[in-house]
Design a protein around this ligand. Structure first.
Ligand SMILES: [Zn+2]
Length: 168
């Protein structure tokens, strides 16, 4: 079983040691995300590489989770898999911002430890679609609604009567 990620860690030290952290984190620790989920019993999985051998201090990785969201079509809960990429250039001071490659997001190191919860939560929040809907069929409620609409349509179609006769 993958181990749990720490909530905070010293990004600078981890980068100097080229550490890879891999593990899970309960979604309940992500308060902002929890507010928009139907349920937060699940967990995220992340793999993070702290690097210093690329000419700058970097934090690169991937986070994924299966989130319980409201379907925006039928308003019933649905499981939605999301994933995001993390691509930070770590700076001990803002003056190093223009030393970073253009394809990384600048991250200013403040304090002794930095929050893994925060960066993983930010990435998951960004990965949630604006309008998440069930991929195939929605809830039974919607299926029933469609069926009723189909029946209504047939009623208003004069040829439907002929079709009934043919079946007989
Ligand atoms: Zn739905």
């Amino acid at each position: 079983m993958p181990k749990q990620l720490p909530e905070t860690t010293n990004f600078l030290k981890q980068a100097e040691r080229n550490v890879t952290l891999e593990g899970t984190m309960p979604l309940v620790k992500l308060e902002r995300l929890s507010e928009i989920l139907c349920g937060n019993e699940g967990e995220l999985f992340a793999k993070l590489h702290f690097t210093s051998d690329t000419g700058y201090l970097g934090l690169h990785g991937r986070v994924e989770a299966s989130l319980e969201l409201d379907c925006q079509r039928c308003m019933q809960p649905m499981e939605h898999k999301v994933s995001g990429q993390i691509n930070f250039g770590l700076m001990t001071s803002e003056k190093y911002e223009d030393k970073l490659p253009p394809d990384v997001d600048p991250y200013l190191l403040e304090g002794d430890e930095q929050s893994l919860v925060e960066i993983l939560e930010d990435e998951l929040l960004l990965s949630i679609p604006i309008a998440a809907v069930h991929q195939k069929e929605c809830s039974e409620f919607l299926l029933r609604q469609n069926e009723e609409r189909r029946v209504e349509k047939e009623k208003s179609n004069p040829f439907a009567v002929l079709k009934d006769l043919k079946i007989d």
